[in-house]
Design a protein around this ligand. Structure first.
Ligand code: HEC
Ligand code: HEC
Length: 311
C-alpha cells in the first residue's frame, strides 16, 4: 500500500507540472494572439465577375511575369532570371483561385504591398516599389472578373505540397522534403537525385544565385521550414502566417492571404516533412501502452510470489 501512495503522489505532481506549470510558463514567454480564421475582415468581399472578361485581363496583364501551367501559359523566364528582375520568382497562377482567400486576392491585385502588409519596405520617395504593379487603375468589377477567372481554372482539391509550392516555396526551402538522400525542396523547385555530381553542383549554384537575389529583396534569407513545427507553437504559426506583422513587427515576410483550408494544407505538409514517421509512431503508441500494462501485471505477480516465500 505504501508503494501505491508514493505512486499516486508522483503521478499527481507530474500531471501538475505537465498541464499546469509548463503551459503557464509558456504563455508568459509568448504572447497569445487569437487567429481571425483567415477571413481578412478588413478586405471587402468580391462580387461574382465575368470569367471571359477576367481571362482577357489576365492574358493581357499578368502572363508577362506569371506562368499558368494548367492553361499552357509557359514561364516567361526561369526562376533565377526572374529573381534577378523581381527578387523572387512570381508563383504559377493555375491554382491561385483555390489557394488564396478571394477577398485577399482582389485586394492583392489592386495593391500588392498594402494587401500583403509590407508597405513599410517601400516608403514613398525611396524609389523602391513592390515588384508586382498595383492594378488599382482597374475597376472593382474588372478585378472581380480576374478573381472569378482564377477561381474557374483552379483545381478545387489541392495536395498539401501543391499549396506549399505556390504559397511558400518561392521563398522557403525545405531540406527534408525528399524521399531519397539528396532530394529536397529548394526555392527554384524540387531537387531530384542527379546521376552526375556535376549536374548536382550546377543545380546548387542556381539555388545559390536565386538565394542571393532573394536575400537582397527580403533583407535576409527566409528560413528553411523543415523543422519549424518543432520550433514554434501552432498558435504562433497560425497567427504569424495569417498576419506576420502581428507577431514580428517590421518583418519582411509578406502576408500570404491563404484561405483557411490552404493554411491547413500547408500545416499538413510541414507535418509530413518535419515528422515523416509520425503515423507509424502514433500506431505504435497503443502497443506500447498494452506492453506496459501486461508488464505491470507480471511485475505485481512476481513481487507477490517473492514476498510469499519470504514470510
Ligand atoms: C511585373 C511582374 C508581375 C506582373 C505583371 C504581375 N505579377 Fe503577380 N507577382 C509578381 C511577383 C514578383 C510576385 C511575388 C511577390 C512576393 O512574393 O513578394 C507576385 C505575386 C502574385 C501572387 C501571390 C500573392 C501572395 O499572396 O502570395 C498572385 C496571386 C499574383 N501575383 C497575381 C497576379 C495577377 C492576377 C496579375 C495580373 C493582374 C499579376 N500578378 C501581375 C509579379 C508580377
Ligand atoms: C516573399 C517571400 C515569402 C513568402 C512567400 C513566405 N515567406 Fe515566410 N518568411 C519570409 C521571410 C523573409 C522570413 C523571415 C522573417 C523575419 O525574420 O523577419 C520568413 C519567416 C517565416 C517563418 C519563421 C518565423 C519565425 O521567426 O519563427 C515562418 C514559420 C514562415 N515564414 C512561414 C511561411 C509560410 C508557411 C509561408 C507560405 C504560406 C511563407 N512563410 C511564405 C518570406 C516569405
Amino acid at each position: 500500500m505504501r508503494e501505491l501512495k508514493i505512486l499516486v503522489v508522483v503521478v499527481f505532481f507530474s500531471l501538475i507540472t505537465y498541464w499546469g506549470v509548463e503551459p503557464f510558463a509558456h504563455s508568459q514567454m509568448h504572447k497569445h494572439i487569437e487567429s481571425e480564421g483567415f477571413t481578412y475582415k478588413n478586405m471587402p468581399a468580391v462580387a461574382e465577375g465575368d470569367v471571359t472578361k477576367g481571362k482577357e485581363l489576365v492574358m493581357a496583364n499578368c502572363v508577362a511575369c506569371h506562368s499558368i501551367n494548367s492553361q499552357n501559359v509557359p514561364t516567361p523566364m526561369d526562376a533565377v532570371t526572374a529573381s534577378a528582375s523581381y527578387g523572387v520568382n512570381p508563383p504559377d497562377l493555375s491554382n491561385s483561385g483555390t489557394i488564396f482567400a478571394s477577398n485577399y486576392l482582389a485586394a492583392f491585385i489592386a495593391d500588392p504591398a498594402k494587401a500583403s502588409n509590407v508597405s513599410h519596405k517601400f516608403p514613398e520617395g525611396s524609389g523602391k516599389a513592390h515588384p508586382m504593379p498595383a492594378y488599382n487603375w482597374m475597376s472593382p468589377e474588372e478585378i472581380a472578373s480576374i478573381v472569378s477567372y482564377l477561381k474557374s481554372i483552379a483545381k478545387k482539391e489541392l495536395t498539401p505540397k501543391e499549396v506549399y509550392v505556390d504559397a511558400c516555396g518561392r521563398c522557403h526551402a525545405a531540406r527534408y522534403d525528399g524521399k531519397a538522400l539528396g532530394e529536397k525542396w529548394t526555392q527554384i523547385g524540387q531537387k531530384e537525385r542527379f546521376k552526375y555530381e556535376k549536374d548536382s553542383l550546377a543545380f546548387d549554384i542556381k539555388v545559390l544565385d536565386y538565394q542571393a537575389n532573394l536575400t537582397k529583396y527580403m533583407g535576409k534569407l527566409p528560413p528553411d521550414l523543415s523543422m519549424i513545427l518543432r520550433a514554434r507553437s501552432e498558435n504562433f504559426l497560425e497567427t504569424f502566417i495569417e498576419n506576420p506583422q502581428i507577431q514580428l513587427e517590421g518583418t519582411a515576410m509578406p502576408a500570404v492571404g491563404l484561405s483557411k483550408e490552404s493554411y491547413e494544407k500547408v500545416m499538413k505538409h510541414l507535418e509530413n516533412i518535419g515528422d515523416p514517421s509520425k503515423p507509424e509512431r502514433d500506431a505504435l503508441g497503443i502497443w506500447f501502452v498494452l506492453y506496459a500494462a501486461i508488464f505491470t501485471v507480471f511485475a505485481i505477480l512476481w513481487k507477490k510470489s517473492v514476498w510469499k516465500k519470504l514470510h
